[in-house]
Ligand binder design. Structure first.
Ligand code: ARG
Length: 462
């Protein structure tokens, strides 16, 4: 008799079904978690007197040996074994005989796979959090060097007001801090062990769920065993967190792509991260940034794929759930690679911001028009009138073919006598430094933001 779980084997149609049914090509990535989970389970079974100590020892030894085989590339992953759980148990029984057959006592693949996948996600949450910290530190170092580097701030991609490059970078740092916090807080919420749920209802054996949870580094066990084997909220959270972090990266990439164009010229991305064109020798295409932006769509697809798989599943385990891993593996691998590459790209010594080009850009688009109006208001001019006068000043600058910041006090006097003393307000550097409100772009406010980020980084245990 075949020990396959379905079909009667042999026929070609069955071969197609076997492949369709198998998940080993995907879930082989969980071998380490599966082995750790099995060793913890067997140790607990022995401690509870459910299996003999010698059986546990043989199981642990056998599983360690299999781990070595896998890591040395000697293990053969076969579709006929269906998934990583069956493949490992089969090899274990080949190696140690009877004891291997006792491992699955008081357990089902349903709680086993939920356990493996949770362990994997928890580790990835941590890995993503650490990559984000590295990125935040890299950006902070650049920001510290550019608190005095002026650039135009944009709204609607139109020149709006002068800001510092540090201020712009700190906006992204703030986003990445929240991404970091999201991965960390997901870890806290999801770090509970489903092991012991068995198929769906628990087990009549006298198991100790707390012991296995503790050994595997979980903070506790799922309240309800059926929930533990059937929900995948932890995976969805990881996917959402990845989607959002990748969104932030993608926006930043979009800006680097724009900024490295000849139209902007704000940044030169290191050659390591750009490519030449096969026919246009002058080209430096920002491929790495474009790829990070481009991969964002696939990560969103991964999130929607799992949501769709989950939306109409009745409790508890359904085979649909086997489709849960591919999207999560893909999304977290993509985010991890994107974070690592982006950090290297932005931190590369040959990636250089062009302060001169940014300053020059500040002299286009009359960036200090709001400052002139604000200064007039401070002198007692009603806001509506001040706004009107500033518009007149802009018109005058246009007429003279200069930037607003180049107007003289005589020019301003020509518009309205009260404006003559306000020529200081047209200076782009003074404009940036006037925005001292908390979280603003003035050097003093930016330094306060940097200090807060540094204080936060000190509290993170790595
Ligand atoms: N390969 C399966 C999965 O990934 C393992 C669980 C199988 N359980 C079952 N009752 N068929 O979901």
């Amino acid at each position: 008799m075949s020990d396959k779980l379905w079909g009667d084997g042999g026929e070609e149609g069955d071969a197609l079904l076997d492949r369709f049914n198998a998940s080993i090509d995907v879930d082989r990535a969980l071998y380490r978690e599966d082995i750790e989970g099995s060793i913890a389970h067997a140790r607990m079974l022995a401690a509870q007197g459910i299996i003999a100590d010698d059986d546990f020892k043989a199981i642990a030894r056998g599983l360690e040996q299999i781990k070595g085989e896998i890591e040395r590339g000697e293990f053969e992953f076969r579709v006929c074994d269906e998934d990583i759980h069956m493949a490992l148990e089969k090899r274990l029984t080949e190696l140690i005989g009877e004891a291997g057959k006792r491992l699955h006592t008081a357990r089902s693949r349903n709680d086993q796979v939920a356990l493996d996948f949770r362990l994997w996600c928890m580790r990835q949450n941590r890995a993503m959090a650490l990559l984000l910290v590295k990125l935040i530190k890299t950006l902070l170092a650049i920001a510290k060097a550019h608190t005095q580097t002026l650039m135009p701030g944009f709204t609607h991609l139109q020149h709006a007001q002068p800001i510092s490059l540090a201020y712009h970078l700190l906006a992204y740092i703030a986003m990445f801090i929240r991404d970091f916090e999201r991965f960390e807080s997901s870890r806290k919420r999801c770090n509970i062990s489903p092991l012991g749920g068995a198929a769906l209802a628990g087990t009549p054996h006298d198991i100790d769920r707390q012991a296995t949870a503790k050994e595997l580094g979980f903070d506790g066990v799922t309240l309800n065993a059926m929930d533990g084997v059937s929900d995948r909220d932890f995976a969805l959270e990881a996917l959402f967190n990845a989607s959002l972090a990748q969104t932030h990266l993608s926006r930043f990439c979009e800006e680097l792509i724009l900024w490295s164009s000849s139209e902007f010229g704000f940044v030169k991305i290191s050659d390591r991260f750009t490519t030449g064109s096969s026919i246009m020798p002058q080209k430096r295409n920002p491929d790495a940034a474009e790829l990070i932006r481009g991969k964002t769509g696939r990560i969103y697809g991964d999130l929607i794929a799992l949501f769709t798989t989950m939306k109409a599943l009745p409790l508890a385990y359904n085979k649909d759930l086997q489709e849960d891993k591919q999207s999560v593996f893909d999304a977290l691998k993509t985010l991890g690679d994107s974070l690592a590459i982006f950090t290297e790209m932005i931190g590369d010594k040959e990636t250089k911001f062009n302060a001169e080009a940014m300053l020059k850009a500040c002299k286009r688009g009359h960036l200090t028009a709001t400052d002139l109006a604000d200064a007039a208001v401070k002198k007692g001019v009603a806001f509506r009138d001040a706004h009107h006068l500033a518009r007149k000043a802009v018109a005058l600058a246009d007429q003279k073919g200069v930037d607003l910041s180049d107007l003289t006090s005589a020019d301003l006097a020509q518009i309205d006598g009260r404006l003559a003393v306000l020529v200081f307000a047209l200076d782009v550097f003074a404009s940036m430094n006037a925005r001292t409100s908390e979280g603003g772009t003035a050097t003093s406010a930016v330094e306060a933001q940097i200090a807060k980020v540094e204080a936060l980084l000190k509290t993170i245990a790595l």
